[in-house]
Design a protein around this ligand. Structure first.
Ligand code: XUL
Ligand code: CO
Length: 435
């Protein structure tokens, strides 16, 4: 059955096209900084938002009536959903998808029933992947929706729940490996606290590290060669989430010796919630060599929650792409559209407009950033700013060849310290001039 009727394969038609079902900037084969756009981004569709989320909010039930949800039998409904997902992937032309275990099929009443269900639907998805040549960017386990996780999953004060989460992660890892997943994600939505009054933070952090170590060891023993990603987020649904932001997560990974197997999956709206910019989070991950993957979306400047809208702000993405290029792009991951349609976007075709807009925004941002780096005074302005470290005493300082007494002597001998402008407005204008 065809779900997205009347829509064919989305093609790149260039910026002068007025076809709403065409890419204007995302030319998958276009080479930028030595790689095709397709390789830079590895665009992925998020199974949960695109094929599961029905637009419910705290004030109302879902507004979507997906035709693939109509079947009563859970396995049939899941197969129909997979058909829709792979039809969409084929038409939009992205190579990748991402999933949580229970996006693929509804969770069963018992662990064994859930295991069977995931096993059956992943057999089916494996076939779909073969037919369509679509790949799995990453898999993950949903350890936050079921009420059993209300006090956390790996950090739950009740060991029984920790074990249950472990069982679920084992199945999700097996499924990810079975479907050729290139990476595996941990987003700890309920790994944190609602109230510190009843929380032993240090013990919970130790438990989280133990859990991640076990998951890594198991996956490696099963031949998984990909990267594990931590996806930082400061809050929501927890009041405070332990993987608060990139810096906190990196500190955690290093404390527990996990930094060789884990990198970060940076999500735009999570950065905003942590009162950071997207580019800040990319830079923190990048300078630690841990920029693994991106969950692309955007927040809303008037609302302080995780609205997960599709990216469409060219200026913001261009600035982020300057950081992306500086650190050589993503290590193993890709750009997953962890974004959802607005509740009142109820036509099936809206899913195409959303992904086309998101891909065009990233493509345009990267093209602009690359031009800025190659053609403008942007890089030279920054290099000049640090040029006092390129030779002489500055160089010696960088190389660790000066002491604090040396600094004292150098300061004593130098005359006035001249003011040097930071040139921020000059740089801001370059960005806008290249858009
Ligand atoms: C939640 C979020 C998740 C993760 C995967 O804010 O971003 O969808 O990406 O669990
Ligand atoms: Co995400």
């Amino acid at each position: 059955m065809e779900y997205f009727k009347g829509i064919g394969k989305i093609k790149y038609e260039g910026k002068n096209s007025d076809n709403p079902f065409a890419f204007k900037y995302y030319d998958p084969e276009k080479i930028i900084a030595g790689k095709s756009l397709k390789e830079h981004f590895k665009f992925a569709v998020a199974y949960w938002h695109s094929f599961c989320g029905q637009g419910a909010d705290p004030f109302g039930v879902g507004t979507q009536e997906f035709p693939w949800d109509a079947a009563k039998d859970p396995l049939q409904a899941a197969k129909n959903k997979a058909d829709a997902a792979f039809e969409f992937l084929t038409k939009i032309g992205f190579e990748y998808f991402c999933f949580h275990d229970f996006d693929l099929i509804a969770e069963g009443q018992t662990l064994s029933e859930s295991e069977k269900r995931v096993e059956k639907i992943s057999d089916y998805i494996k076939e779909k992947q073969k037919e369509t040549e679509k790949k799995l960017l990453w898999g993950t386990a949903n350890c936050f929706t079921n009420p059993r996780y209300m006090n956390g999953a790996a950090t739950n004060p009740d060991f029984k729940v920790v074990a249950r989460a472990g069982a679920q992660v084992k199945i999700a890892l097996d499924t990810t490996i079975k479907l050729g997943g290139e990476n595996y994600v941990f987003w700890g939505g309920r790994e944190g606290y609602i109230s510190l009054l009843n929380t032993d933070m240090g013990r919970e952090l130790d438990h989280m590290a133990r859990f991640l170590t076990m998951a890594r060891d198991y996956a490696r023993s099963q031949g998984f060669k990909g990267t594990f990603f931590i996806e930082p987020k400061p809050m929501e649904p927890s009041k405070h989430q332990y993987d608060f932001d990139a810096a906190t997560s990196i500190g955690f990974l290093k404390k527990y010796g996990l930094e060789d197997d884990f990198k970060l999956n940076i999500e735009v709206n999570h950065a905003t919630l942590a009162l950071h910019t997207f580019e800040h989070e990319l830079a923190v991950a990048g300078c630690e060599n841990m920029l693994g993957s991106i969950d692309a979306n955007r927040g809303d400047y008037q609302n302080g929650w995780d609205t997960d809208q599709f990216p469409n702000n060219i200026q913001e993405v261009a600035v982020a792409m300057l950081v992306f290029l500086k650190y050589g792009g993503l290590q193993g991951g890709g750009v997953n559209f962890d974004a959802k349609l607005r509740r009142n976007s109820t036509d099936l075709e809206d899913l195409f407009h959303a992904h086309i807009g998101g891909a065009d925004t990233f493509a345009r941002g990267l093209i602009v950033a690359d031009k800025i780096l190659n053609d403008s005074n942007f890089s030279s302005t920054i290099n000049k700013r640090y040029s006092s470290f390129d030779s002489g005493d500055g160089k010696k300082f960088e190389n660790g060849n000066l002491s604090i007494e040396d600094l004292f002597q150098i300061a004593k001998n130098s005359k006035n310290i001249e003011k040097i402008s930071g040139k921020t407005e000059f740089l801001e204008n370059i960005i806008n001039n290249y858009i």
